[in-house]
Design a protein around this ligand. Structure first.
Ligand code: NAP
Length: 331
C-alpha cells in the first residue's frame, strides 16, 4: 500500500483508509455483526489500510469499542482517528464543545479504544454555544498531555448549511480561527465523484497549508460502487431510506454516473470495479488526500485497498470530469 504523509506533524498513513462507521451506525444495521467487522478491521491492517476512522458517536460508542478490540492486539500497526463533540440522543444529535466535556470525552474514547494515545483527534462539529477557540484549546491541551498526537476538524455537513450558501464557507472560517490556537493536521469532509464541492475552496485551503484531507463518503454512501439497485430499498433506520438522492427515481436518474465509472473501470481490466475508479479519482486529487471508504465486509476492504495501485489516465479523468452532475438534493 502506498503511504501518504499528511499534516505539519507528518502523519504517515496508508493511502486508503477505513471508515469504520458502517460497522455500527447508519447503513444496513441488520448486517452489522461485531465479529465479522472485527475480521474486516484485521483484513484492513493486513492490507496496509492502517488509518481507522471512527467516532464516539458511531453506535454511539460501540464503534470505538469494536476498533479497540483490534487495537488491543495490533496498536502499533494502526493509525487511529476518532472524533468528539457530538452527543447522540434517541431522536437527535447535538454539539457539545465545552472544554470539560472534551476532556472527559477523550478519556472515555481512550478507554474504549484500549489505547493510551489517539493519533488524530477530530472535532466532529463545532458547538454554536462555545467559541471554537475554547474547544480547540482544550483539544490542544490533550496533545500537551500526550493523550492525542494531532488535531483535525470535520467540515460542517451539507444539511447544516443554509441553502445557496457556499458549502464550506463556515468550515473555512472555523479553520482560520482554530489555526491561530493550534495547528490543524487534517480536515475531514465529504468528497467523491458525485460530491465535488470541496474542490472549490476546502481542498485548496488544506493544500496551501500542508493540512491533510480525509475524504469521507468517497463511494457516495455506496451508490458509486454500482452495487445498489434503484428501488431496491433500504432498511427503515438507514438514512438512505429518507435521503432525496436515494429515492428509486433519483437512483435511476443518476445511473449515467455509475455507467461512466464502469466504462473507465473496463479499460483497466475485467476485475477493476467502479468503486476502485471512484477511489482512484479521489487519490489523484493530491498527495495530501486520503479517502476513507466505509465498509463492514472484508471483501470490500480488499477491493478498496487495491484502488491505491490504480492509475487513471488523462482520458479517464476527462471522461469522469464530463459525467453529469448528480440529480437529487443532498440535503
Ligand atoms: N466527519 C464526518 O462528519 C463524516 C461523515 C460521514 C462519514 N465519515 C467517515 O467517512 C467514512 C466513509 O463514509 P461512508 O461510510 O458514509 O460512505 P462511503 O464510504 O461512501 O460508502 C460506504 C458504503 O459503501 C459500501 N462499500 C464499501 N466498499 C464497497 C465496495 N468495494 N463495493 C460495494 N460496496 C462497498 C459499504 O457497504 P457495507 O456497509 O455493506 O460494507 C458502505 O455501505 C465513514 O465510515 C466515516 O468514517 C465522516
Amino acid at each position: 500500500m502506498e503511504r501518504r504523509t499528511i499534516g505539519a506533524t507528518a502523519l504517515d498513513v496508508g493511502a486508503i483508509g477505513l471508515g469504520c462507521m458502517p460497522m455500527s451506525w447508519a447503513y444496513s444495521r441488520s448486517e452489522q455483526r461485531g465479529d465479522r467487522s472485527l475480521r474486516t478491521v484485521h483484513a484492513a491492517l493486513d492490507a496496509g489500510v492502517n488509518l481507522l476512522d471512527t467516532a464516539d458517536m458511531y453506535g454511539p460508542f460501540t464503534n470505538e469499542l469494536l476498533v479497540g478490540r483490534a487495537l488491543k492486539e495490533r496498536r502499533s500497526e494502526a493509525f487511529v482517528s476518532t472524533k468528539c463533540g457530538l452527543l447522540v440522543g434517541d431522536q437527535h444529535v447535538v454539539a457539545n464543545g465545552r472544554p470539560g466535556y472534551v476532556r472527559r470525552a477523550c478519556d472515555a474514547s481512550l478507554r474504549r479504544l484500549q489505547t493510551d494515545v489517539i493519533d488524530l483527534y477530530q472535532l466532529h462539529r463545532a458547538d454554536p454555544e462555545v467559541p471554537v477557540e475554547e474547544t480547540w484549546g482544550a483539544m490542544a491541551e490533550l496533545v500537551s498531555a500526550g493523550k492525542v498526537r494531532a488535531l483535525g476538524l470535520c467540515a460542517v455537513g451539507a444539511r447544516a448549511v443554509r441553502r445557496g450558501a457556499d458549502l464550506h464557507e463556515g468550515t473555512i472560517r472555523q479553520l482560520d480561527r482554530v489555526q491561530q490556537v493550534f495547528p490543524v493536521a487534517a480536515v475531514e469532509a465529504e468528497l467523491s465523484v458525485w460530491s465535488r464541492e470541496a474542490l472549490a475552496r476546502l481542498l485548496p485551503w488544506c493544500a496551501a497549508r500542508g493540512v491533510g484531507f480525509l475524504a469521507a463518503m468517497p463511494l457516495g454512501s455506496g451508490y458509486l460502487t454500482g452495487t445498489l439497485t434503484p428501488g431496491g430499498g433500504f432498511e427503515p433506520d438507514d438514512p438512505r431510506a429518507r435521503h432525496p438522492r436515494f429515492t428509486a427515481e433519483m437512483m435511476a436518474a443518476n445511473q449515467p454516473i455509475v455507467a461512466g465509472l464502469r466504462r473507465v473501470a473496463a479499460r483497466h481490466g475485467a476485475d477493476v470495479t467502479p468503486a476502485q475508479v471512484a477511489l482512484a479519482w479521489v487519490l489523484g486529487l493530491g498527495r495530501h488526500v486520503v479517502p476513507v471508504p466505509g465498509a463492514k465486509r472484508e471483501r470490500w476492504v480488499a477491493e478498496n485497498a487495491r484502488a491505491a495501485a490504480l492509475r487513471l489516465t488523462a482520458e479517464d479523468l476527462t471522461e469522469i470530469a464530463a459525467l453529469p452532475a448528480p440529480r437529487g438534493s443532498w440535503d
